[in-house]
Ligand binder design. Structure first.
Ligand SMILES: Nc1ncnc2c1ncn2[C@@H]1O[C@H](COP(=O)(O)OP(=O)(O)OP(=O)(O)O)[C@@H](O)[C@H]1O
Ligand SMILES: [Mg+2]
Length: 327
């Protein structure tokens, strides 16, 4: 999947964050389409890793070092040493590898207490970095909902950055929708709708129940992870932003997200609203009902962008479109 690279500096992103809501923003964003289809290039490039702020300390803290008590909420994320996570993943052995994204590799692991986890290791040469790591830890320490993935803890030993999540046994929605091996049954209609409804509840929680609201900014099929019975949970909060408060309608920020899922008005103006996530939800919904990828460079021109193809098809040959979906 192609992505929207934003090669801005960490400082630029911070400046815009300080600018807060309102205003025109720098807008536009440098939307470039990357040719590569490999997983590590699918997401936007991120602010580089800031090693000067790396947290040392190798003491495991099972009581949690990110902790906040307030409004009846007790929040704790465990800290792990690098050694503990190396042991959990058999030294990051190849056969424990679950997948790889823009942040780095993801391994299946077993903690000392027997808990099965997914360990995501920041690729220190990669495009995404420390800032995304911190946002992920903070957001997932504060946000809790049955349709959001649980962050069990993290490791910030020296310049290592690892995230430890609950293990989602059925992998990502993307893995069930696209490039499915012939011996695997495609998802049935009810399961597709159940996944859409669960993912929508996760978004509703972020937008309408979290205070201040949270804009996810990375809603896509590879970030919807599936548990037993295809129970969906949203993952990857490194791009999430606090939404507008008061009478503000948007926050101004650099354009980040994944090509094919990013709302055009946000891509053009840099003005982010909760509706930007709703657009991305619509794209995933189209993926669910058509089985097509948001961007598919292997298809003929005119069919590569799912939204554009849908718009055109519905105008020109609606009956054929629905026949293609419901053969
Ligand atoms: N908690 C988890 N449990 C089980 N598998 C997981 C978990 N988290 C990630 N994975 C697997 O690891 C793969 C890579 O995930 P990751 O979030 O790093 O990248 P991505 O979402 O595919 O791509 P991108 O970086 O573009 O968002 C996923 O496709 C998924 O199959
Ligand atoms: Mg992901």
């Amino acid at each position: 999947m192609s992505c929207l690279p934003c090669c801005g500096s960490r400082e630029e992103e911070e400046e815009e964050t300080k600018g807060g809501s309102g205003g025109g923003g720098k807008g536009g964003g440098d939307l470039k389409k990357e040719a590569s289809g490999d997983a590590s290039s699918r997401r936007v490039s991120r602010i580089g890793s800031d090693k000067s702020k790396s947290r040392g300390g190798s003491d495991s803290n099972k009581e949690g070092s990110v902790r906040k008590d307030g409004s009846n909420t007790h929040i704790a994320a465990q800290t792990f040493t690098f050694r503990e996570l190396a042991a959990a993943t058999k030294n990051f052995r190849e056969d424990c590898l679950l997948g790889e994204g823009g942040f780095g590799r993801v391994y299946k692991g077993h903690l000392e207490n027997g808990q099965v986890v997914a360990v995501k290791q920041l690729d220190r040469n990669g495009l995404q970095g420390n800032r995304e790591f911190l946002v992920e830890v903070l957001m997932l320490s504060l946000l809790h909902h049955p349709n959001l993935v649980n962050l069990i803890g993290y490791c910030a030993d020296g310049d290592q950055r690892l995230l430890v999540y609950e293990f989602m046994p059925l992998g990502s929605l993307e893995g069930h929708l696209h490039d499915v091996p012939p011996d695997k049954e495609p998802l049935d209609w009810n399961t597709r709708m159940k996944i859409a409804a669960g993912a929508a509840k996760g978004l509703e929680y972020l937008h309408d129940k979290a205070n201040p609201p949270v804009i996810y900014r990375d809603f896509k099929s590879s970030n919807i992870l599936l548990g037993e019975g295809y129970h969906p949970k949203l993952s990857d909060f490194g791009l999430a932003k606090l939404g507008p408060v008061g009478d503000k309608t948007h926050v101004s920020t650099r354009v980040m997200g994944t090509y094919g899922y990013c709302a055009p008005e946000y891509a053009m103006t840099g003005q982010l609203t909760v509706k930007s996530d709703v657009y991305s939800f619509g794209v995933v919904f189209l993926e669910l009902i058509t089985g097509r990828k948001a961007i598919d460079n292997t298809r003929p021109t005119g069919e590569q962008n799912l939204v554009a193809w849908t718009e055109e098809s519905l105008q020109k040959w609606p009956i054929h479109y629905f026949k293609a979906i419901f053969p």
